[in-house]
Write a protein that binds this ligand. Structure first.
Ligand code: HEM
Length: 228
């Protein structure tokens, strides 16, 4: 074959597609005022506790919906016990907020909207659920580790101890290998979801998931304006 003839570009794998499509929004979330202030040491542990509380509402929606999806051909392969975070969040919240944290926990408006969307996807649309699953868990296994390090340093939590257990995946000894396996699962969506349009809808839902996260950061920034 004449190498001078341009070859058609190989189609992007689904894991590359979803990562590339959400790249810009990832930067937006990462550099949001709340995240920057939190990681820049400009906020107190109360802001970190409030953020952790918001995550509890989101992960309850993610994980309450998981069991019913275990046998689902699209979402089922992603449901893995070693990812589950609600128990860790509850331990962190007891540490951060005291034993009665549950009675005082409230979802910010953006958190309630986010959790409601996750719950709706879990109930009605396995592909959409995968988009939310990816956005949270792969993020927690990646940037989450940076957040843990900063939180331990800023507020004096024991390394991988109470307060930051959410970021510690005891059942995942090699996060890099786990993430590789996860991306392979994402790529298999091309088989379980053969309709390209439907795959695009999943990518769009991932973008929506990022936007829902950014909205939570905005609500948190309103509640915790740092003293300039
Ligand atoms: C300050 C906050 C954040 C930092 C420092 C951060 C940092 C990172 C880093 C370094 C990676 C790349 C890891 C790798 O290639 O293995 C990553 C990946 C990722 N992050 Fe974040 N992140 C932050 C916030 C977020 C937020 C808020 C979300 C969404 C809720 C998120 C979702 C993701 C996802 C889904 C990936 C995986 C991308 C892929 O490889 O497909 N991140 N993050």
């Amino acid at each position: 074959m004449d190498s001078a003839i341009p070859q058609p570009t190989a189609p992007l794998s689904f894991s590359t597609l979803i990562r590339t499509a959400s790249h810009e929004q990832h930067t937006e979330a990462e550099t949001s005022t709340f995240m920057s202030d939190l990681l820049g040491g400009r906020l107190g542990v109360d802001a970190y506790a409030r953020y952790t509380e918001q995550l509890w509402f989101v992960y309850r929606a993610l994980e309450d919906g998981a069991e019913a999806l275990r046998e689902d051909p699209v979402a089922g392969p992603f449901i893995k016990t070693e990812l589950l975070r609600v128990a860790e969040l509850e331990r962190d919240l007891a540490h951060l907020r005291g034993a009665d944290w549950r009675e005082r926990a409230t979802a910010l408006p953006a958190t309630a909207a986010y959790a409601a969307r996750v719950e709706e996807c879990a109930r009605t649309w396995p592909g959409g659920y995968v988009a939310h699953h990816y956005t949270r868990y792969l993020g927690d296994l990646s940037g989450g580790q940076i957040i843990r390090g900063r939180a331990e340093k800023a507020w004096g939590f024991a390394r991988k101890g109470d307060g930051v257990r959410f970021y510690v995946f005891e059942g995942i000894s090699n996060p890099a290998a786990f993430k590789r396996g996860y991306r392979e699962l994402l790529d298999r969506i091309e088989v379980t979801v053969p309709d390209q349009l439907e795959r695009h809808r999943i990518v769009d839902e991932c973008k929506r998931a990022f936007a829902l996260n950014t909205a939570v950061f905005q609500d948190l920034a309103t509640e915790f304006p740092h003293a300039a």
